[in-house]
Write a protein that binds this ligand. Structure first.
Ligand SMILES: C[S@@+](CC[C@H](N)C(=O)[O-])C[C@H]1O[C@@H](n2cnc3c(N)ncnc32)[C@H](O)[C@@H]1O
Length: 264
C-alpha cells in the first residue's frame, strides 16, 4: 500500500484533478446527485448541525455541500496543494477552516468540539495504521452527542482468499480473465474491513451504531461506518447491512440526473 508520503506526492504532484474530484461522481450523474441521492440521506439525521470536521477533503467535492449544513466547518487533508485549492475555492467564508495535517492526527481540532466527523471516498485507500490513528482521535474531539460517518475499505474480508489465490502465480489473472474475480480492487486496502473497524472503535471508546457494506457486483469492497461515543445517547448495538441495492441506487441516480441534475 502507498505510504503517507506516496499519498502526499500523488495527490499533490501527480494527480491532475481535472474537475476537482467531480470526475469520481460521473457514475452518479455528478456530485449533486451523489450528495442529495446517496450521501445526504445517510447523514440527514445529524445535519444541519454546529461543527463538522471533514477528513481528507481533497479539492472540496463534499466540502461544497457540507459547508451548507453546519455553522462551522473544519477540513483537513495531507496534501498542501488540495488545501490551497480549497482555500481559494471557499476562502471568503470565515466559518470554514482548512488545515494540512500529517495524515494521521487531528491536533488542530479542539476537545469535545465536533458534532459530525465526515469522510467519504478518501479513507477507502487508508490502511489499518491510518484508520486506527484517526479512530483513536475521535473520542477526544467528538462531543458526547457527536457522530462520525466514515467511508473505509472492506477488502480485509477477502485478505485470506487473495493470499491463497496469490500462492499460485497465474491464478489471479486467470480468475480475472474468466470474470470470476474483480479486475480492479480500486486501491482498497486489505488490512481494513467492517469487523476490524468495529473492534478498533470499541478499543478507543467508540461504538459502531451502523455499518453499511457496499461494493461491486462481485466484492463487498467498502463500508460506511457510523460511530458514536460509548456514552452517547445515540449508542445502540451495531446494525450491519449488506446493501446489494447500492449498485442500482447509483444507476438510478445517474438516470435521474438527466431530468433533475443541476446542469439540465
Ligand atoms: C480520492 S481523493 C478524495 C477527496 C475527497 N474526499 C473527494 O471525495 O473528492 C483522496 C484525498 O485524500 C487525501 N488523503 C489521503 N490519505 C490521507 C490521510 N491519511 N489523511 C488526510 N488526507 C488524506 C488525499 O490528499 C486526497 O486529497
Amino acid at each position: 500500500m502507498p505510504t503517507l508520503e506516496d499519498n502526499k506526492h500523488f495527490w499533490g504532484n501527480e494527480y491532475g484533478w481535472p474537475s476537482l474530484g467531480e470526475e469520481w461522481s460521473a457514475d452518479w450523474g455528478g456530485s449533486f446527485m451523489q450528495w442529495y441521492g446517496t450521501i445526504l440521506p445517510r447523514i440527514a439525521a445529524y445535519v444541519p448541525t454546529g461543527t463538522i470536521l471533514e477528513i481528507a477533503c481533497g479539492c472540496g467535492r463534499w466540502t461544497q455541500y457540507l459547508k451548507n449544513v453546519c455553522r462551522h466547518l473544519i477540513a483537513v487533508d495531507l496534501s498542501p496543494r488540495c488545501i490551497e485549492v480549497c482555500k481559494r475555492r471557499f476562502g471568503d467564508e470565515a466559518r470554514i477552516e482548512f488545515h494540512v495535517n500529517d495524515g494521521t492526527s487531528l491536533r488542530m481540532v479542539p476537545e469535545a468540539s465536533v458534532d459530525l466527523v465526515f469522510s467519504f471516498d478518501s479513507l477507502v485507500h487508508a490502511d489499518a495504521s491510518v484508520l486506527t490513528a484517526y479512530l483513536s482521535e475521535l473520542p477526544r474531539i467528538l462531543k458526547r452527542t457527536g457522530v462520525a460517518f466514515i467511508h473505509h475499505s472492506n477488502l480485509g474480508e477477502y485478505a485470506r482468499l487473495y493470499a491463497s489465490i496469490n500462492k499460485i502465480p497465474w491464478l489471479e489473472k486467470w480468475l480475472q480473465m474468466f470474470k470470476v474475480l474483480e479486475q480492479d480492487l480500486h486501491g482498497r486496502d486489505f488490512s481494513v474491513d467492517a469487523r476490524r473497524v468495529e473492534t478498533w472503535a470499541a478499543k478507543y471508546g467508540l461504538t459502531c451504531i451502523s455499518q453499511e457494506i457496499i461494493g461491486t457486483t462481485k466484492l463487498w469492497l467498502d463500508c460506511l461506518s457510523t460511530l458514536v461515543q460509548q456514552d452517547s445517547p445515540l449508542a445502540r448495538p451495531n446494525r450491519v447491512l449488506r446493501n446489494k441495492a447500492f449498485v442500482q441506487e447509483k444507476a438510478n441516480l445517474k438516470a435521474l440526473s438527466w431530468l433533475y441534475g443541476p446542469n439540465n
